[in-house]
Design a binder for this molecule. Structure first.
Ligand SMILES: [Zn+2]
Length: 285
């Protein structure tokens, strides 16, 4: 039996390596590039990284955040993401021990993080995250009973129903949103994301995730994105000396990256969803 502190340290180091791979996925999947080949290069000079320049966190510190070849700065986002994933895995193992639940939780949170980052950066959710997530979560639900664990994650039947409920609700919300806004409101990425999330959470918590995520997303849209778009239009109109009323240029509203809001909502629902839903409906799910 490994002492708990040592297990947490192992999980942290393992998480750092997972975070390093997540950096590769986040950079390459949106551009439809392979995450296996070629090996990592410096984005400035193309210098291929040696193994010692590719050690999570440590290399960035040892190289003093500069490429060894061209001396261009290396973004702090890379080690920050590695550190964050390391902490997530350490917390999972600290809480659930070296268990199958901790492994599933670590994977779930890592994949959600990848989804949130790519949706924020590129307005897209790569299938690489969501299909991997769906398969891993369904397989996890099937294996868990044999390992004797059923903490926080949905059982096999609920996982299947949850995947359908999550994707189905996104389809309905997207359809109603499109009718109201006259343009696409939810992307295919949101739908595949909620199939993955539903397979982990089961139907009740998946539906709650969509409501929480969509509400936060809509509020953020109305409070931040919409006013900025209005301001920009106002400025553009004054620059071209057009009266604001007539001959107005169309209001260009950016898309809402709902995955950015759905991903944290899913993490909250996995861990506290039962308690939250139990309080609302008085019947613990
Ligand atoms: Zn370089």
């Amino acid at each position: 039996m490994i002492p708990p502190t040592l297990a947490t340290i192992y999980a942290f180091v393992f998480g750092l390596c997972v975070g390093s791979f997540l950096n590769v996925c986040v950079a390459r999947w949106p551009r439809e590039l392979s995450v296996i080949r070629p090996r990592s290069r410096c984005p400035h000079c193309g210098h291929q990284l040696a193994w010692f320049e590719n050690i999570p966190l440590l290399s960035w510190i040892a190289l003093r955040a500069r490429c060894r070849c061209c001396e261009e700065p290396i973004s702090a986002i890379y080690p920050a993401l590695e550190l964050l994933v390391g902490v997530l895995w350490a917390v999972s193992v600290h809480h659930y021990g070296m268990t199958f639940t901790a492994l599933r939780l670590g994977l779930f949170l890592t994949l959600l993080l990848g989804v949130a980052i790519t949706d924020l950066q590129h307005y897209l959710i790569p299938d690489g995250f969501t299909i991997t997530g769906l398969i891993v979560m369904l397989a996890g639900a099937l294996i868990a009973p044999f390992v004797g664990e059923s903490e926080i994650f949905a059982g096999p039947f609920d996982a299947l129903v949850g995947a359908c409920a999550g994707a189905g609700l996104i389809a309905i919300v997207g359809w109603l949103g499109e009718a109201a806004l006259g343009r696409e409101a939810m992307g295919m990425g949101d739908l595949t994301l909620m199939a993955f999330v539903g397979a982990a959470l089961g139907p009740a918590r998946a539906i709650a995730t969509v409501f929480v995520g969509a509400t936060i997303g809509a509020v953020a849209f109305l409070a931040i994105v919409y006013p900025i778009a209005m301001l920009r239009r106002g400025r553009a109109a004054t620059q071209t000396e057009l009266p604001l009323g007539a001959g107005q240029q169309p209001l260009r509203l950016p898309l809402v990256p709902f995955g950015v809001f759905l991903a944290p909502a899913a993490a909250v629902m996995l861990i506290w969803g039962d308690r939250l839903l139990g309080r609302v409906f008085f019947t613990p799910y």
